[in-house]
Design a protein around this ligand. Structure first.
Ligand SMILES: [Zn+2]
Length: 398
């Protein structure tokens, strides 16, 4: 079976190259995924996926097989912006193929992964999905800004709850078993505005936020090192203020803090850390996690808290074991198990809903979000073979 999978994956090489290049050529910055989702939907139909649906948020799902054991492989279709186009060596929307590497925005993060998953479904159609198993391919939206929001929608609104999830984000063909979490935190000070010619009559909110910023800088260097994820991070990523004019002192000032979480940190613990700062207490600053709002296609408004939990899987878990076995069978060597540095939809699937989750995808994450965004053809073919072998083994074991 290993050879049969490898042979079919190799036969599909040209198709997966063409499809990866084509979806790279369809821009899909977060919030504008419609056209690429439509194109992938068309390909799903051609391959023979069943129950193909686009939900109200814009996520596309399709199924191969009809067993009750549901294994989901997720790939987000949105990308970050291209930045300054002239700084790209290869046109970001050309999907240029050069020396067996495909270049362009989203090649690595993560249209190569989406294409590999889609065609793994084609191999499974040919060799057969285990009887009790269904492969659910999910092409999710809005991941680059609100990772996991899509899965919160899929689970709570669509009521789809898989038994296990594989994320096809770039892992350099290693098996990712977790990552640090993230919390968005706002700190807001208020003051009293006065004329810039008489600042002593007011109470400048910027002067109150300034010592808090300095405390956050210090806090980052003092964070504990975690045995699983290493050190957390805290940094100020935005600062703004309000005042009636630039000739008046500020009556409010707000900073945004990006806090990366280790396995020991929780939503409460990191909020309390900041609330306990002397500068925060002295100024009576408000510390809170903002709610993000988004509108679905039918106009409903959903809101979600800016909290993306860290997660990890024990190496002894059956999902990790099955993935490792699939890797060994398909590639004749032991896999590397590691943690992603970035956050993914796993923040929801494992972090919030505790569904067993791992990551495996083509492309080296170091090229994600860069002007050298790229994915090797060899990775696409290997990822297709891995997903196929995994679904077979998982289906047999359950
Ligand atoms: Zn990604």
């Amino acid at each position: 079976m290993k050879d049969q999978i490898e042979d079919i994956a190799t036969d599909l090489e040209q198709e997966v190259i063409d499809f990866t290049r084509e979806i790279i050529s369809i821009p899909s910055v977060t919030g504008n995924e419609g056209p690429v989702i439509k194109r992938i939907q068309k390909e799903m139909k051609k391959i023979g996926y069943k129950s193909i649906q686009i939900d109200d948020m814009g996520n596309l799902v399709g199924r191969i097989g009809s067993g009750e054991n549901l294994i989901a492989i997720d790939g987000h279709v949105d990308t970050v912006e291209i930045g300054e186009k002239t700084s790209w060596k290869h046109d970001p929307f050309d999907g240029k193929l050069e020396d067996d590497i495909i270049y362009g925005r989203g090649a690595c993060d993560q249209k190569g992964g989406v294409a590999s998953v889609l065609y793994a479904g084609k191999i499974l159609k040919e060799i057969g999905v285990p009887e009790k198993t269904t492969l659910l391919v999910v092409c999710s939206v809005q991941e680059e800004i609100y990772e996991g929001l899509n899965w919160q929608y899929i689970i709570t609104e669509n009521k789809v709850i898989p038994d296990a999830v594989i994320l096809s984000e770039p892992s350099n063909l290693n098996i990712a078993i977790g990552h640090r979490g993230r919390v968005d935190i706002k700190v807001r000070t208020t003051g009293i505005s006065s004329h810039g010619a008489a600042p002593e009559l007011g109470d400048n909110a910027i002067y109150k936020i300034a010592p808090i910023v300095l405390d956050i800088i210090r806090m980052d260097s003092e964070l504990n090192v975690d045995p699983i994820f290493g050190k957390g991070n805290v940094c100020v990523t935005d600062i703004r203020s309000t005042s009636p004019s630039i000739n008046a002192t500020a009556d409010s000032s707000t900073i945004h803090i990006d806090r990366r979480l280790t396995s020991k940190d929780s939503e409460e613990s990191v909020l309390n850390e900041i609330k306990a700062l002397e500068s925060v207490k002295r100024t009576n600053a408000e510390v809170y996690i903002p709610e993000h709002k988004y509108q679905s296609k039918s106009g409903s408004i959903y809101s979600v808290k800016g909290y993306y939990p860290s997660w990890y899987m024990e190496e002894s878990h059956p999902l990790v074991q099955t993935a490792s076995r699939a890797y060994e069978i398909q590639f004749n060597k032991d896999p590397v198990l590691n943690y992603w540095r970035f956050s993914t939809n796993g923040a929801a699937t494992k972090g919030i809903f505790n569904i067993p989750t791992i990551g495996f995808g083509p492309g080296n994450e170091k090229f994600a979000h860069t002007i050298e965004d790229q994915v090797p053809v060899e990775h696409l073919v290997k990822a297709m073979a891995f997903y196929t072998q995994f679904v077979r083994l998982w289906g047999r074991g359950n």
